[in-house]
Design a protein around this ligand. Sequence first.
Ligand code: AVJ
Length: 351
Amino acid sequence: MTTFYEVVNQSQPQPRFQYIPLGTPDQTVDHGEDVIQGLSQVPKTLPCRYFYDDQGSLLFEQICTLPEYYPTRTERRILTTAAAEIAEFTGGCELVELGSGSSSKTRLLLDAYSQLAAPLHYCPIDVSGGMLKTSALELLDQYPQLHICGRVGTYEQALVNLSGDSLGEPTRVISDPDLPRLLIFLGSTIGNLDAVTLQKFLLQVQQALRPGDYFLLGVDLQKSIEILEPAYNDAQGITAAFNLNCLRHLNWRFNGNFDLSQFAHWAFYNTAANQIEMHLRSLVSQTVTLQTLNFRGALAAAETIQTEISRKFDLPTLKTELQAYQLQPLHSWTDPQHWFALLLCQRSISA
Ligand code: AVJ
């Protein structure tokens, strides 16, 4: 089908796939300052980004299919029925996705948006360039009218880059300035952000969106501990392997000596803070080193390293917080058990 858009652009056809590395290649990962900082704190922490090396990304894909891990399938179910309504709400949009990964749930949105008489643009953003390219090439194959402008980098880098677009700066890489933008952040990844980090993140989202643009958020909701804890302590031990894998990643990246057999996976629901906390517990008293970072640290027996928080939200409270960043909730969708929600917001005109 030839759209009006393609006709007017025939003299200068847009490439169907653009690929933008944000920053220099080694800026897209850090130099380990955050690792040293986290391991020097009491209690010790590690940024959860270190889960996602190639092996960790595969383990996460496995987690998503576990019987105990309800978020992925619940979100997919909601999206299956909500996608067409979302597309109806926003009309033609440029889809921009933070942490696109395998883009498997995004297909539901692409299907819905390809029903609209508007050009189909998708801007996946991910720290894994390999994952991004592989999924982009598949999508281009399956959606003949699709244009993809991928960005490789962190959320922070991507949001800065996107706000450059909205200000019309020279870095402008927006594929179609007339299309509103729909920023997509699925999987309740927002739950990894503690309260302060969430504030910074929402401010960046506000700046990356122009008035009238949209923000689609997947959020895991508060529910009974009997459902929550097994989701992070699966019977097959995949979550444990995923948690431990971040030590293997550190060993590889920073020439470390973590012995994975000397640590145990520990995940529990902190009811007061409404969050799952994942830790690695040291089974013995030991010294660990990360040679390239010149780091040496002692761990007492039973001392833990916190590797992740996964916050569970109260939808009304979250909506109020979003409004403080000019993000007006338009509609939300949930499953019959109210375990997970999709929330569509619109960036309002600045006061
Ligand atoms: C991808 C951050 C949403 O918090 O549930 C899954 C990651 N950690 N099992 C989550 C995760 C342990 C996941 N997020």
